[in-house]
Design a protein around this ligand. Structure first.
Ligand SMILES: CC(C)(COP(=O)(O)OP(=O)(O)OC[C@H]1O[C@@H](n2cnc3c(N)ncnc32)[C@H](O[C@H]2O[C@H](COP(=O)(O)OP(=O)(O)OP(=O)(O)O)[C@@H](O)[C@H]2O)[C@@H]1O)[C@@H](O)C(=O)NCCC(=O)NCCS
Ligand SMILES: Nc1ncnc2[nH]cnc12
Length: 288
């Protein structure tokens, strides 16, 4: 290999490692955010009995190599099956690190796919902006995600996928919740001058208010899911983090989630995904 070719491989690896570093940082950002209704934070285990912030840290540490591998795979033009194998291996690593707890199952999928797409953009020297990212994700893996995301019995009834939209449908549709809910809310709260912490809190509540989170559905059924959305909507309608009593309102919301044993793990993953996309597009920008 010529010196120039070697240099270009090194540069490519450095870019991918930077993207993987942003992925780990975005998941860490989600974990340390407090307050979060029903979710694990460093100060509360929310509605969980089997995981703590330490369990998440162990999981995150075990996954750091996965994010490098999947970003590099995206940069190397890997097909969906290769990405899927990396995802399945990462799920095993997570389960070993947490002794069987599903800390990051959704994130391995969502953040993994976004890392692969960012890798593909970086290697083409294209801007890591929202529109390009969504386009390249769908161009490269959209058809496979569609196949993976829609069980045969649903294929003839596409609107159903919108009614109960879980992790697979999110990816298949190019992460509408990240691009159409998460990022607009994050940037709106930042533009209002309330800072990074408030922006993440508002983004999480905006996501809980609008997505169909399969975790909430499994734990609380349709009534629990409707209640979780209504509580988050109320928090946002009362001004989100824009009022002086927002911490008390958020704590009250957490109490109600815990009383109903609800945990919006899907929304938490989508908050982390939103942070990743924001960090990648703003390399010189705001640092929490
Ligand atoms: C593609 C898979 C992720 C498919 O998984 P599944 O068919 O199970 O799909 P979903 O139920 O829709 O979601 C899986 C996880 O995704 C998160 N999630 C939920 N709703 C959404 C949503 N609307 N959008 C995006 N993401 C969503 C959520 O993950 C979080 O919750 C996890 C903890 O959940 P749980 O295990 O239920 O734990 P507890 O609440 O503690 O349960 P109990 O205590 O009550 O028992 C946590 O990990 C968060 O991340 C959903 O759980 C995938 O499984 C798959 O196919 N993998 C193979 C790899 C692959 O294909 N990779 C592709 C390339 S990367
Ligand atoms: N902080 C958190 N607590 C509980 N479940 C989660 N899934 C993803 N992040 C989570």
């Amino acid at each position: 290999m010529s010196a120039l070719a070697k240099q270009s491989v090194l540069l490519r690896h450095a870019m991918c490692d930077w993207i993987a570093h942003l992925a780990v940082r975005s998941l860490h950002q989600e974990l340390v955010l407090h307050p979060k209704p029903g979710l694990v934070t460093p100060f509360s285990n929310g509605s969980h009995r089997d995981m703590t912030a330490q369990t998440f840290m162990r999981s995150l540490f075990a996954l750091r190599h996965y994010f490098k591998k999947i970003t590099r795979a995206g940069a190397d033009g890997a097909g969906f099956d290769a990405l899927r194998e990396l995802g399945i291996a990462a799920e095993q690593q997570m389960l070993v690190a947490t002794r069987g707890v599903n800390t990051h199952r959704g994130a391995i999928f969502a953040i993994g796919m976004l890392c692969a797409a960012l890798g593909a953009l970086a290697v083409r020297q294209q801007p890591l902006d929202q529109a390009m990212l969504r386009r390249v994700l769908l161009q490269l893996w959209g058809a496979d995600l569609q196949r993976h995301g829609m069980p045969a019995h649903e294929a003839s009834n596409a609107p159903q996928i919108h009614a109960v939209r879980g992790a697979r449908a999110e990816a298949m549709l190019g992460f509408p919740s990240v691009f159409e809910i998460g990022l607009p809310q994050l940037t709106a709260t930042l533009a209002a001058g309330r800072g990074w912490h408030a922006a993440c809190v508002d983004t999480l509540f905006a996501l809980i208010a609008r997505i169909n989170d399969t975790n909430v559905l499994h734990r609380g059924g349709l009534d629990g899911a409707a209640m979780a959305r209504a509580l988050a909507r109320k928090f946002m309608q009362e001004g989100g983090t824009g009022t002086s009593d927002w911490q008390a309102r958020a704590a009250d919301c957490n109490d109600q989630f815990v009383a109903m044993n609800l945990s919006p793990g899907g929304a938490a993953d989508l908050l982390a995904a939103t942070c990743l996309v924001y960090y990648a597009a703003h390399p010189q920008g705001h640092r929490p």
